[in-house]
Write a protein that binds this ligand. Structure first.
Ligand code: MOS
Length: 736
């Protein structure tokens, strides 16, 4: 790994693309999403789902459906090909029904309407079993998850005995469902034992690996293509049943098959954020120092596999305290699987803990910001490791100043503007920083442009843009002259777009590949008798704006400059290509990398209707270097918008008898619209974290949502004196 921070001195500061690389393609409709690829001879798959929440499919009579117009094939648990189950997807390998909405058949037809019509003609009988659907009624059956343990430190009893203030409360968050603009979709085509898949995914390599294992073919035989993704947020980080079923159906039908989910199918069979019931106890000394933090979170899980919404995890490192326990339990229900949803654990856990901190501050008669400053963890409380870089105290200060926190009245209900009760609240934001190894290829083209190929994907976050910048930075060129290809498993392998790891993983690989290509280029120059740099040391040369120059003197080649295009033209005219794989730092187990932020919210609550309006959110983040201002701050403010939805709107309602999501549409599953979103002020400290990676940049995909719901809930309390500990904060709860 060539360290960017050392090398940077040789160049002017990295140039940013001030527009999204993929922006024009997206707004003009040229960007093709998975379901939009024209594939010859294509058939349409429609997934039939279980109508009962628990039991077995007893029989499926497909005679009428088979005779329906346009029907090619029908796959059921009774006739589907046997495959290797890789992951716990419902792919017609057995007749067990785990939840209502589980795929139990696929109709393959000439058109989607014909497939849907035939689905109605299937005669399905079930052996029903009693379903477990009521979380509240079953919560005392909660058990520890099969994986993942408990976190303990200190001596809770001894710490509690010294406490001057104790708060103990229960906080809860509902089931939420991912709804990216682009629903899941897969087009599968077989050519012998070679499989080509257009799949809306956050991880082309993961899709490739899962399909290879499922169908028992080498990974090299699976080609996944996915140049644009209309949002991921975690749901496209897992290979769900429709992807496998499209491939299975294409095999059986002997032609390409497309399965594209509709909006209603986004609720249930493709994961959700489980609800949480969080029991929190905080004890502090009179000076505000936390003595004890106890956080137990219980969530639902499916009967298919244990999946835990890790709400208590962030509590283990957010604040210093001499004693701590953080545990999770699950209540198995006949619902679809839980899965990652933006900041899984941190989004929900920061609601519970950060409202509890607000309650503790009030009990201590202390400013909520001050309480957090006092309890700042100067090292990772879990094992005492130093942080690679942590500047949360500056975040509190900067955001508080921009917000005007000093004008807050500590006493609730004091600030009134006509019928509007105004309240201020704040919370800490946090999310981990991780990265994974990644490879990339860079080609310096004979025409002077540069091509970068990397097997990652842009899920709408700005990966194309920052990949172009990373190559441009290494080569000292305008990022507008870089062409980027992503979303294809024929490119060098990279990781999934999840866990806020993409930028931190991808950019170092691209940078290194560009540096390697540059070295080949300079080697060409020093070996070329016609080059003004003939005989020089290749390592002494660098490039800027399409020209070669000597680093020592900053000199270009006198009056007759050596351009990259001329050098390549004289030497065979082929592109100069290099591939590189970024490596993890050798000392990565000696420190913890984590991102931080401070979120402040102002709400106006109507004294009569109890309508809550989030007037302002002001947030400052410590996320290392902000690689691109537009895409980066857009990610952060997008997270804040989701936080507003989490606070006030989002909630899946489960039918207590049939176990289906009742509000499986945007009319009834509420997300924030423009009328709900007012001023959002996002700033970043922009302090590089070079210990973490050579970019000095940590990922930012998830931190934006964290802390927001707590800041809003705390602001609602400050406005009204009513503590709503159960999300979303709806009118009925404020009226109660
Ligand atoms: Mo994120 S929930 O890791 O896509």
């Amino acid at each position: 790994m060539i360290a960017m921070q050392e090398d940077k001195a040789a160049h002017e500061p990295a140039r940013q693309l001030d527009h999204r690389y993929d922006g024009v393609a997206k707004v003009t409709g040229r960007a093709k999403y998975a379901a939009e690829f024209p594939v010859k001879n294509i058939a349409y798959g429609y997934i039939v789902t279980a109508a009962i929440p628990a039991g077995e499919v007893a029989s499926i009579d497909q005679s009428a459906a088979s005779r329906a117009a346009g029907v090619y094939n029908i796959l059921t648990p009774f006739n589907a090909p046997k495959v290797t189950v890789s992951g716990n997807v419902n792919i017609l390998q057995d007749t067990t029904v785990y939840f209502s909405g589980q795929p139990i058949a696929v109709i393959v037809a000439r058109s989607l309407p014909e497939a849907e019509q035939a689905a109605k003609l299937l005669r399905i009988t079930y052996k029903e079993q009693p379903a477990k659907l009521d979380f509240t009624a079953l919560v005392n059956e909660a058990r520890p998850p099969r994986r993942g343990g408990e976190n303990r430190r200190g001596n809770p009893e001894a710490s509690l005995a010294k406490a001057a203030a104790v708060i103990e409360q229960t906080y809860s968050t509902p089931i939420e469902n991912h709804n990216p603009m682009e629903p899941h979709a897969t087009i599968a085509s077989w050519d012998g034992d070679k499989l080509e898949v257009h799949d809306a995914t956050q991880g082309i390599s993961q899709t490739q690996g899962t399909l290879a294992r499922t169908f028992g073919i080498p990974a090299a035989n699976v080609h996944v293509i996915n140049p644009y993704v209309g949002g991921g947020f975690g749901c496209k980080g897992y290979v769900w049943s429709h992807t496998v079923l499209a491939c299975m159906a294409a095999k059986v039908a002997g032609r390409p098959v497309k399965i594209a989910l509709d909006r209603g199918q986004m609720f249930g069979p493709v994961g959700s954020r489980p609800n949480t019931l969080q029991h929190i106890k905080l004890a502090a000394a009179a000076d505000g120092k936390l003595l004890l933090q106890q956080h137990e979170s219980i969530c639902y899980t499916s009967f298919i596999q244990d999946w835990v919404e890790g709400a208590a995890n962030p509590t283990t490192l957010l604040y210093a305290s001499e004693s701590l326990s953080a545990d999770h339990k699950v209540v198995p229900l006949n619902l679809g699987m839980g899965t990652w949803m933006r900041a899984p654990g941190e989004a929900t856990g920061s609601f519970g803990l950060e409202v509890a901190m607000d309650e503790l501050a009030e009990k201590l008669n202390m400013d909520p910001v001050q309480l957090r400053i006092i309890n700042n963890a100067e090292a990772d409380p879990r094992q005492g490791r130093p942080w690679s870089s942590k500047h949360v105290l500056e975040c509190y200060k900067q955001a508080a100043d921009r917000f005007g926190w000093s004008k807050r009245s500590a006493q609730p209900g004091q600030h009134r503007e006509g019928d509007q009760l105004i309240g201020y609240g704040m919370a800490t934001a946090n999310y981990g920083a991780g990265r994974s190894p990644s490879s990339a290829v860079v080609r310096i083209q004979p025409n002077g442009r540069v091509f970068v190929g990397i097997g990652t994907q842009d899920i709408g976050t700005g990966t194309y843009t920052i990949v172009a910048q990373a190559a441009a930075q290494a080569l000292g060129m305008d990022p507008a002259l870089v062409d980027v290809q992503l979303g294809d498993t024929s490119l060098p392998r990279s990781g999934g777009s999840g866990g806020s790891t993409t930028a931190a993983s991808v950019c170092p690989a691209v940078y290194d590949a560009a540096v390697a290509a540059k070295l080949k280029l300079t080697q060409l120059a020093v070996a070329d008798p016609k080059s003004p740099f003939h005989g020089a040391n290749a390592n002494d040369l660098d490039t800027r704006d399409g020209q070669l120059y000597l680093k020592s003197t900053m000199a270009r080649a006198g009056s007759d400059p050596e351009s990259i295009t001329a050098l390549i033209a004289r030497n065979g005219g082929d592109a100069i290509e290099a591939t590189a794989t970024s490596q993890m730092p050798a000392d990565r187990d000696t420190f913890t990398s984590h991102s931080w932020g401070a979120v402040f919210a102002e709400v106006a609550v109507d004294a009569h209707t109890h309508m809550v309006l989030v007037r302002r959110v002001v947030a400052t983040y410590d996320i290392g270097n902000l690689i691109n201002k537009k895409t980066g701050t857009n990610q952060l403010s997008g997270g804040i918008v989701w936080g507003i939805g989490m606070a006030l709107h989002e909630e899946a309602h489960i039918d207590p008898t049939y176990g289906r999501t009742i509000n499986e549409n945007f009319a009834e599953y509420h997300v924030p619209v423009n009328a709900d979103v007012h001023e959002i002020d996002v700033t970043c400290l922009n302090i590089p974290d070079y210990k973490f990676n050579p970019l000095g940049a940590r990922g930012i995909g998830e931190i934006g949502i964290t802390g927001v719901a707590a800041a809003i809930s705390n602001a609602v309390y400050n406005a009204t004196g009513k503590r709503v500990r159960d999300l979303p904060i709806t009118l009925d709860k404020l009226m109660a």
